[in-house]
Design a binder for this molecule. Sequence first.
Ligand code: GLY
Length: 301
Amino acid sequence: MIRYGIVVHGGVGSPIAWKDGCVQAVRRGMGILERGGNAVDAAVESAVTLEDDGRYNAGSGSYLRLDGATIEMDASVMDSCGELGSVAAIQRVRNPVLVAREVMKSPHVLMCGEGAVKFARRCGFSDYYQPSSRAREHYETIRQALSGGRFEEMRQAWKDFDLKRHWNFPVPYESVFAGCDTIGAVALDPAGVLATACSTGGASPMLHGRVGDTPLVGCGFYAGPAAAVATTGIGEEIIRRMLARAVYDWIAQGEEVHRACERAVGGMPPEVPVGVIAVSRRGAATAASRDMAVWSDLSDA
Ligand code: GLY
């Protein structure tokens, strides 16, 4: 049995060599739990650490949308008492997960776009826009593949899509021109409360206004009395399967945590990258169909 602990991931597809960022995130979250803090504070602290790292596709490391300028991010927080908050397609904030935490304290559960940005400003979060060098490099790779007609380098869903017809950015299509990851943390505190916190810059390539699984309850995240779960991968595929809730239900029905995580990954088509982390009082686990930087620290009962 686990008394308290935390598990984090740096996104499916994140190099194992980036594990040091996850170690740091766990250390910060675990420090809160060791001082008797709660699971939400711990999971959010770990998520903020990963958002600020700059290598992962969240917060300061978020990918650019197809215009090469826009950054829209999603984030979520939930605990096993049923409290949740999330933001979708939010721009120009440093830590979307902290805004999700503010939504959690409001009468709403999900805020998006311009309204979410204005809400963030009212909560005291200042303007922040600093695309990382990695995000710019990643964008250039996508731009060259699209402009060179190398659609075989894209995910299946993009191959037959008429991007020019659907272009919805203010700049003209002609003036412009895969990876995917998210960060996530799941925590169990000494009082037995479970929590999850997730954040992402989305899945590349992306149109303006696209929202993935990360802010959608039961898709990118779920927490309840049986477990806390966070997923990473292609949001559209995760949403279709309501993956976080599926993993939660399997654990609630008695399946071991690592088996539930592996079942979720095994049930996804092999060409779709996916990762899952989960924690319950009975165990903690990570599973992924590609490399994924992860770390955990657990204190036994
Ligand atoms: N899993 C991140 C996204 O698809 O937006």
